[in-house]
Design a protein around this ligand. Structure first.
Ligand code: GLT
Ligand code: MN
Ligand code: MN
Length: 390
C-alpha cells in the first residue's frame, strides 16, 4: 500500500495565503509584471488545488477601489460562491492603506485630516467586507505610516493619531458586533524610508495604551523582523507570552536586503525551524499565513510550486521539531542545563523570609563554572536532525 504523503497539508494545519500573494504578478520597482492577471475566483481554485485552508484579502484585492455598490455586491457574491465551492475559508481581512497615491504621506498618521478621515472610513468598509466573508481577524499594516524627513511631523503625534484611529475602529467593531480581533503588523522600512512602529516589540508597547487592549494583538512577519536584523522567533515568543499572537505572516528574508517576501524557509532554514518548533511546542492554533510570493521567473505552475513549498517546508520542520523533542541525547543535555544542587535557594516571588535566606546563601562560583553548557553539541545535534543524518 502506498504510504500517504506525510507532508500533505490538511485543514487542521490552518494554512492560508493572501489573494495578493498567489495573485502577485512579479512586478518590482525595476520591472513590469511577468504574469497575466488572474481573478480572485481563480486564486481560490488554485488554493484548493494545492491544499490550502484559507484565503485572506485586502478590500481592493477583491473589490476595485472605484467599484459601485452594485458591482461590489456582485463581486462579493461570486467570491463567496467560489470559496464555498472550493472549501476555502476567509479567516482574516485587511485594508489597503498604502497603494492609492492619496496615501503618499500615510493614512492614520497623515498630516492631512481629510486623508486620516478617509483612511478610517475605508477601513470601516473593509471591516464590513471582511465580516461579510466570515473573517474574525483584522490585520492593520501601516506601510505608509512613516517619513522620509522627520521635519514633517513630530513622531509622538503620529503615535497619538494611530491610537485614535485604532480606538475608533475597535469601537466600530463592538458597535457592529463583528467580533474582530485586530492584529497590528510592524515593518521597519519600505515603502517609507522609516516606518513608525518598526518592530513587533514597538506594537507590544503601544497596545496597552489603547482603549480596548484586549481586542488588539500583533501580526509579526518573518521578513520584517529579519529586515531589522532581529531574531523573529524571539519577537513571536514575546507576543505569545503576552497573549498577543493573534496572527502570523510566514515567509523568508535575508537580512540587509530589500523586502524579499521569499518562500517560507527558503533563506534561513534554521531560524524557520526554531520558529515552527516554537509555534508547535506552545500550541499556537491561529492561521499559518504565508505572506510571500513566487520568484519573478515563474508562471502560475511555478506559483503553485511556491505555495506547495511553503506548506511542505512548514510540515517538514514540524516533523523535525517532533524528532528534536523526542531525541534522548538532546533531552539529557536539556536536563543537565537546568540542574542545580538541592541547597540552591529558590528566588520565585519575593518574601521577607525568602530574601533573608537568599542573602545568607554562599554561592560556590567555581563549582558553578565547572558545570558543562554543551551548546556546541546541542546545536550540532539540531543541524544533524535538520539535515536528515540523524
Ligand atoms: C503587503 C505587505 C505585507 C502585509 C500585507 C497586509 S500587504 O503585501 O508587504 O507585509 O502583511 O496589508
Ligand atoms: Mn505581511
Ligand atoms: Mn513583507
Amino acid at each position: 500500500m502506498k504510504r500517504q504523503d506525510p507532508y500533505q497539508p490538511q485543514p487542521q494545519h490552518k494554512f492560508s495565503f493572501g489573494l495578493w500573494t498567489l495573485g502577485n504578478r512579479g512586478r518590482d520597482p525595476f520591472g513590469d509584471a511577468v504574469r497575466p492577471p488572474i481573478s480572485p475566483g481563480q486564486i481560490v481554485e488554485m488554493l484548493a488545488e494545492v491544499g490550502a485552508w484559507g484565503v485572506n484579502l485586502h478590500d481592493n484585492d477583491l473589490v476595485p477601489i472605484e467599484a459601485s455598490a452594485a458591482e461590489r455586491d456582485r463581486i462579493v457574491r461570486d467570491f463567496k460562491k467560489a470559496c464555498a465551492q472550493n472549501g476555502i475559508v476567509v479567516p482574516m481581512a485587511t485594508v489597503s492603506l498604502f497603494f492609492h497615491p492619496v496615501f503618499r504621506d500615510g493614512a492614520f498618521t497623515a498630516n492631512d485630516p481629510e486623508v486620516r478621515a478617509y483612511a478610517v472610513q475605508k477601513t470601516m468598509r473593509a471591516m464590513d467586507l471582511g465580516a461579510e466573508l466570515g473573517a474574525k481577524i483584522f490585520v492593520l499594516w501601516g506601510g505608509r505610516e512613516g517619513t522620509e524627513t522627520d521635519g514633517c511631523r513630530r513622531a509622538d503625534e503620529a503615535v497619538k493619531r494611530l491610537r485614535e484611529a485604532v480606538n475608533y475602529l475597535c469601537d466600530y467593531s463592538i458597535q457592529q458586533k463583528y467580533g474582530y480581533r485586530f492584529a497590528l503588523e510592524a515593518k521597519p522600512n519600505e515603502p517609507r524610508a522609516d516606518i513608525y512602529m518598526s518592530t513587533t516589540g514597538h506594537y507590544l508597547g503601544f497596545i496597552p495604551t489603547l482603549d480596548h487592549p484586549e481586542m488588539v494583538g500583533v501580526n509579526p512577519e518573518v521578513a520584517h523582523e529579519h529586515m531589522a536584523g532581529l531574531n523573529f522567533m524571539h519577537a513571536v515568543a514575546q507576543a505569545w507570552e503576552a497573549g498577543k499572537l493573534f496572527h502570523i505572516d510566514l515567509n523568508d528574508q535575508a537580512p540587509g536586503r530589500y523586502d524579499q517576501d521569499l518562500r517560507f524557509g527558503s533563506a534561513n532554514l534554521k531560524s524557520a525551524f526554531w520558529l515552527v518548533k516554537f509555534l508547535e511546542d506552545v500550541g499556537y492554533d491561529g492561521s499559518r499565513h504565508f505572506d510571500a510570493h513566487a520568484y519573478r521567473t515563474e508562471d502560475y505552475e511555478g506559483v503553485k510550486d511556491f505555495a506547495r513549498g511553503c506548506m511542505r517546508t512548514y510540515l517538514i520542520l514540524k516533523e523535525k521539531a517532533a524528532s528534536w523533542n523526542a531525541d534522548k541525547e538532546i533531552a539529557a543535555i536539556l536536563a543537565e542545563l537546568s540542574s542545580a544542587p538541592k541547597t540552591t535557594p529558590a528566588v520565585g516571588k519575593y518574601s521577607k523570609a525568602g530574601a533573608a535566606k537568599l542573602l545568607a546563601h554562599v554561592f560556590d562560583k567555581d563549582a558553578i563554572l565547572r558545570k558543562r553548557l554543551p551548546y556546541e553539541r546541542l546545536d550540532q545535534l539540531t543541524v544533524d536532525i535538520l539535515t536528515g543524518v540523524r
